[in-house]
Ligand binder design. Sequence first.
Ligand SMILES: O=C(O)CCCC[C@@H]1SC[C@@H]2NC(=O)N[C@@H]21
Ligand code: NA
Length: 603
Amino acid sequence: CDLGLSTLGPFSQTGVVDYVIFAVLLAASMAIGLYYALSGGRQRTTQEFLMADRSMHCLPVSLSLIASFQSAVAIIGVPGEIYTHGTQYWFIGCSYILGLLIPAHVFIPVLYRLRVSSAYQYLELRFSKAVRICGTLTFICQMVIYMGVCVYTPAFALNAVTGFELWGTVLATGLVCTLYTTMGGLKAVIWTDVFQTVVMFAGQLAVIMVGVQRTGGVSEVWRKVWEGNRISGLDLNPDPTERHTFWTLGVGGIFLMLSLYGVNQAQVQRYLSSRTEKEAVRSCYMVFPSLQLALALSCVMGLVMFARYCGEDPSDKLGTSSRDAMVIYFVMDMLQGLPGLPGLFVACLFSAALSTISSAFNSLATVTMEDLIKPYFPAMSESRATLLSKALAASYGLLCLAMAYLTHLMGDSVLQVALKIFGMVGGPILGLFSLGMFFPWANSTGAVAGLGTGLAVAFWVGIGSIFTRSSGARPLPPDCTAILNTTTAIHTALINHLSLFFSRPTGLKRFYSLSYMWYSAFNCFTVILIGLIISFLTGPMKEEDVTPGTIYPLLGKLLCFLPEHLKKKLCCVTPLGQTVSKMMEFKEQHMIPCHRFKCSTSL
Ligand SMILES: O=C(O)CCCC[C@@H]1SC[C@@H]2NC(=O)N[C@@H]21
Ligand code: NA
């Protein structure tokens, strides 16, 4: 386990070719943005700028779906997680099955048939304008904070290890991204996502191959990893305060995935930009293999890194105790002296960041336009609306740079910060949509009360957990050589267990120690529970008052084995299929303007 690494000067080991590769990435992204600014409808309408003319094929959409929530945070944070705690995190892959099937067969059909541009228009159709505004503002908060983390992560990590200029990088990334997003709209964002996802996979693959080869081959890596007990078994511990177990990752992770791939505007916009509903469902299915590959690459990278350093803590050489910076240290150590590869990895890091930030910019501009501006300026001309959308994308870009600085102050591992944001903010939004889609009795008062309570509780737990510094994040013993002898191993395990048992938090502290992987599920259920209670207290909605097409007949689907007449009596909710005719007559009765329901034959 040698750590005789020379401290890496600012890219001193790598030649001009690495800068060239990094510059090529930025230039290629700009070129795609420029191409879509000058081709097609030349981004003159919001339908094109924000919805890509609803003409996209499932392949680019699926790669863009992954790129949106696979950023430098995963590429840097996951290897650091595996290095410190073992491969338990890999079980999050089990959550991708239901985490993608439910969006494909529940959220996409409902949202696609309503032909909305913003996911939050659903909330107005189902509840009221007030609920829509609350949903939109919550989403904006979530994405602005998350964007800050995504811009900051690669720049900070590179600066920590290679002395790479920190704020210059943040500025370059933010500006390039703002430019091509503002010029080329969703089409440019989707196609740059495709290009950047390929670069992301290539960079990680290169590091793994060179790393394995330099650490003595696959068998040597496996031996060291096995002896360093980094291969975690199936941990079925039901304790919800245990940070990572099969339950927190495999089940808690489902709710995290639903909040991202089911109701997050960035993803919903991609589903809605597909040419048909079938294409949208297909793109959701196609996400599964690529997401598993992305997860596998980042986990294997962590294992190779462990085999190389055997759990040693080089933070003294690094000058920072952050595991995230260590990943860059490892990469630069592996790739130094191989011209072009450090540049490829830097390009991979920024590709991951750019593809996420551009998706965030574009979705933020969309919801601001569709939910906060258009309803109050219905007479605004297309050209002005598109111009305003571009101005919004640019202003969000600058706001995200400010958020990057805020991340500087957070201190936690970036992966934990990102996952906590999704749990604390994404969870309540998932609860709001679930309340609307699965519970016909829910009304607007209940929805607003539920969301408010959910967010309050989420921040209470989230902030509380920072102060209690829950004991969950206990790193594994670093020993890499063969375990001295079994008695020592058992003795160590026993001490760990007993100390945990005696120090087990009780009452409120236990509440604060809830694993952050349960935040999404916990907050989602809080919103639904409070939402239903308030709805029943203030007079539940009747079936006929609910806008057709906004309810997913959950009961009907679950009881699908029952004979039709029994089902009708039981759940008295019209199956999704018959909703169209009801939508038409509802439109007639309530004289809802035609554009709302796209009442043309296309339905
Ligand atoms: O990479 C990021 O920016 C955020 C960290 C990963 C977010 C979640 S984890 C489960 C799902 N799989 C992904 O690739 N991203 C999301
Ligand atoms: Na990304």
